[in-house]
Design a binder for this molecule. Structure first.
Ligand SMILES: O=C(O)CCC(=O)C(=O)O
Length: 285
């Protein structure tokens, strides 16, 4: 072996070990198992919706009790009568460090980085209580509201109890994440059913392409499961026709560096979730 050949072999061996060390560090730091990652990516690619088993029932009970505490506080302090008893709760993580744990949950952050393909920031949190009889959310794509490019934003919804079609779970059209942004059809009558401070729930459904064949998938989640929803996937929920609540804690995330609409209602701003380093000025503290 001449000198040049020796150098080449040495370089190859060094690179090999460097790569191995890098891969090992990544694996050691990963909160998700290889199987979880594979399933998340597979479902994302083919369905536009992925599910992860995240919390134990006991953990959910802790978060659920905390959500109930801040909901009651909102009602007690609501001197102007702004909020209906079970209106959605805007930005619950700002009122509670316990609930903020969900927004920065290492497994959710890692899964979101994986699905969006880069470092991320939080954008918003909110909660649904959905008592018996409450109406659902009309068919929509989240990209319509955030105005990002496809797959630059995603929403997660954490089930605080069992969700099924009877109590108004979230359904979706499988594979509809491959569609562009769809037109909407305003229905003034239905718009009037929106909670006073929450005007995007009903009355602006998107319109599916005529003759489409995307399969309709009903939502079934167990307490503690989390669903990741692609920016373009068409989804919605029906009214709660059961005698049970359907509570959910939701977080929106953005691929760092992507443009987004702040929104007249949610007033979105980047939130540090321990992934992308955000300049102090643009942070929502
Ligand atoms: O939970 C629901 O009823 C609707 C959730 C939803 O549409 C969303 O996360 O974008």
């Amino acid at each position: 072996m001449n000198q040049l050949q020796k150098e080449i072999v040495t370089r190859i061996i060094k690179d090999f070990f460097k790569k191995r060390i890098y891969i090992n560090i990544n694996n050691v730091m990963s909160k998700l198992t290889e199987l979880e990652k594979q399933q998340l990516k597979f479902d994302w690619r083919y369905k536009g919706v992925s599910v992860l088993n995240l919390l134990t029932e006991k953990e959910v009970d802790k978060y659920s009790a905390e959500l109930e505490r801040i909901r009651r506080e909102r009602q007690e302090n609501d001197e102007k009568g702004e909020w209906g008893e079970y209106d959605p709760y805007q930005y619950p993580h700002k009122e509670s460090d316990i609930l903020k744990e969900l927004l920065v949950h290492p497994k959710i952050v890692e899964a979101t980085e994986l699905l969006l393909g880069g470092e991320i920031v939080g954008l918003q949190t909110w909660s649904y209580f959905k008592p018996p009889g409450q109406l659902g959310r009309d068919m929509h794509q989240n990209i319509f509201y955030t105005e990002c490019e496809s797959n630059e934003v995603l929403n997660v919804s954490i089930a605080f109890d069992n969700h099924d079609p009877q109590n108004g779970s979230v359904w979706y059209y499988e594979g509809s994440h491959n569609l562009g942004v769809l037109p909407i059809e305003v229905d003034d009558e239905r718009t009037r059913t929106n909670p006073k401070n929450w005007r995007n729930e009903r009355g602006k459904p998107c319109v599916m392409p005529e003759g489409h064949s995307f399969p309709f998938v009903e939502g079934f989640l167990r307490k503690g499961q989390v669903v990741f929803i692609h920016s373009n996937v068409v989804h919605g929920s029906e009214s709660n026709d059961s005698d049970r609540f359907r509570k959910a804690f939701l977080c929106g995330y953005l691929k760092w560096g992507s443009n987004f609409a702040t929104g007249g209602h949610m007033k979105r701003k980047p939130i540090d979730v321990g992934s992308a380093k955000i300049p102090q000025l643009s942070l929502d503290l």
